[in-house]
Ligand binder design. Structure first.
Ligand SMILES: [Zn+2]
Ligand SMILES: [Zn+2]
Length: 265
């Protein structure tokens, strides 16, 4: 099986990133991965780039970590793919299948809604996966599930509490979403096996190929150490709602917890 990291931050693109793009290449290559997606925090997230810059310059700054990793990957014969992580109101989305030229052509992304972004990403042949949908952290005030505005979800994010991932897996199973797994890594020192990854029997050619497979419903195999879930319990505290363009709809905790019956690890 060909393994890929789907969720990775560099210090060039993400304020919370600790390592340069190029540093990740050898680390993942040594673990036997076939490639990595660089998904730095974009405009509304914890970006490392000055938001006051003109749009094109902002995008160039944002893509620096990716290009750095990509250059190193080309030297070492290792695949480096582009991705984006954008933030709304505690809910974040991993976008795959677009590139920096697309970002430059879409300055409206600065002020778009989730639904608008979803339409634009699709029009470009890309996909939008909701990252860690049940993450519970201090900066998150509520859970917004973009059921109709996502092509899939990150069901296993090993930077999350295991119980939050149980809820994400339950949500994915309940609604038949394509699921992915990633480590949400910010520091090359933390590269190790057993954290979230995806696997495919046939190698990915590029980020467009990944997006096309997701659009065809050919989701990847989720690869993670099952021990991560030992003793995990869903501890749902935040209010949950389904995001809809016309206005969000609350979902009771009781209903969300009832989805857990469908989870198998
Ligand atoms: Zn971060
Ligand atoms: Zn992230």
């Amino acid at each position: 099986m060909y393994l890929y990291e789907t969720h990775l931050h560099t210090c060039q693109g993400s304020l919370c990133g600790r390592s340069q793009g190029r540093e990740y290449v050898k680390a993942y290559q040594d673990l036997g991965y076939d490639g990595i997606f660089i998904t730095d925090h974009f405009y509304h997230g914890n970006t490392a780039v000055d938001r006051a810059l003109p749009w094109d310059a902002f995008v160039d700054g944002y893509c620096r970590g990716y290009h750095d990793a990509r250059e190193e990957g080309e030297k070492q014969g290792f695949k480096v793919f582009f991705g984006i992580e954008e933030h709304f109101a505690g809910d974040e989305y991993l976008i795959y299948g677009v590139d920096d030229a697309w970002l430059k052509s879409y300055p409206g992304m600065k002020n778009c809604t989730r639904a608008e972004l979803y339409r634009e990403v699709h029009a470009a042949g890309g996909v939008m996966l909701q990252a860690h949908p049940f993450r519970d952290r201090d900066y998150i005030k509520g859970i917004h599930l973009a059921l109709g505005y996502s092509d899939g979800i990150e069901a296993v994010n090993t930077a999350n509490r295991p119980g939050d991932n149980l809820l994400a897996l339950a949500y994915g199973k309940k609604f038949g979403k394509v699921m992915s797994a990633g480590s949400d890594i910010h520091d090359v020192k933390n590269v190790r096996s057993g954290v979230g990854a995806i696997g495919f029997e046939n190698p990915l050619r590029d980020e467009k190929d990944f997006a096309a497979r997701i659009l065809r419903g050919e989701g990847p195999t989720l690869v993670y150490d099952k021990a991560f879930f030992d003793g995990a319990e869903a501890d749902l505290r935040l209010p949950v709602e389904e995001y809809k363009e016309a206005g969000s709809v609350p979902i009771s905790h009781q209903e969300v917890l009832s989805w857990l019956k469908e989870v198998s690890l």
